[in-house]
Design a protein around this ligand. Structure first.
Ligand SMILES: Nc1nc2c(ncn2[C@@H]2O[C@H](COP(=O)(O)OP(=O)(O)OP(=O)(O)O)[C@@H](O)[C@H]2O)c(=O)[nH]1
Ligand SMILES: [Mg+2]
Length: 199
């Protein structure tokens, strides 16, 4: 099913991102800011995964981007079948970006290919710089690592160089972008990464 999704996305030049992280690291906040910034130039869609509620979908809807909420109930991750079903409720614009916000969980989503083009892992500076070593599967499966909430660095014990070094020890190919979704610092690098990726 993941392969079918991937073929569907590739055939339409839909760049699909699977955003994974612990709960609360800032996935929805980054998406809200990204959508408001890129709306004038890019077509976007979103799938929101949570165990319960449509709270995140409502936040995305407020930006004007088409969105579908998936509730996994007792489930702890999205799978390719859920994404395939959700796509029937989204307008599939060619040359667009599909953002899939996975269920907040640094373990299970690592093992489920959704058919995405790239996997984006978000870690916030309040989570500790040891996380790549403790949850290596997620860091190993990601293409890009966003280090979020850099505005909080003066208040927490978190060594950015160390988290990068730890993450590279499990995945030497991993790219990094540091940003604060709240102050906007570093958001330009992420927006540029998105722009470059859409064909
Ligand atoms: N200081 C600071 N707070 C942030 C930043 N980004 C997000 N937050 C806050 O972090 C909290 C969680 O943000 P969300 O965007 O809901 O996180 P999430 O990863 O979507 O959470 P789940 O969907 O529940 O996994 C909110 O209170 C945000 O305002 C940031 O860059 N700096
Ligand atoms: Mg969220």
């Amino acid at each position: 099913m993941a392969a079918r999704n991937r073929g569907f996305f590739e055939g339409r030049n839909i760049f699909c991102l699977n955003l994974v992280s612990s709960p609360g690291s800032g996935k929805t906040t980054i998406l809200e800011k990204t959508m408001l910034a890129l709306k004038p130039e890019l077509r976007m869609m979103a799938i929101e995964g949570d165990q319960q509620t449509s709270l995140d979908a409502e936040r995305i809807m407020a930006t004007g981007v088409p969105v579908v909420q998936i509730n996994t109930g007792m489930g702890c991750h999205l799978d390719a079948r859920m994404v395939n079903r959700a796509m029937t409720d989204l307008p599939t614009a060619e040359h667009s970006i599909l953002f899939i916000e996975n269920v907040g969980n640094l373990v299970c989503p690592a093992m489920f290919d959704l058919g995405e083009s790239k996997r984006v892992l978000i870690i916030s500076v309040t989570e500790g710089d040891d996380k790549p070593l403790k949850y290596p599967a997620m860091f190993r499966s990601a293409h890009l690592c966003i280090i979020n909430k850099t505005d909080l660095l003066p208040y927490v014990i978190f060594d950015v160089e160390k988290v990068i070094q730890n993450a590279k020890s499990v995945n030497p190919e991993l790219e990094f972008i540091q940003l604060s979704a709240i102050t906007g610092e570093g958001m330009g690098d992420w927006l540029e990464w998105c722009r470059r990726s859409v064909k």
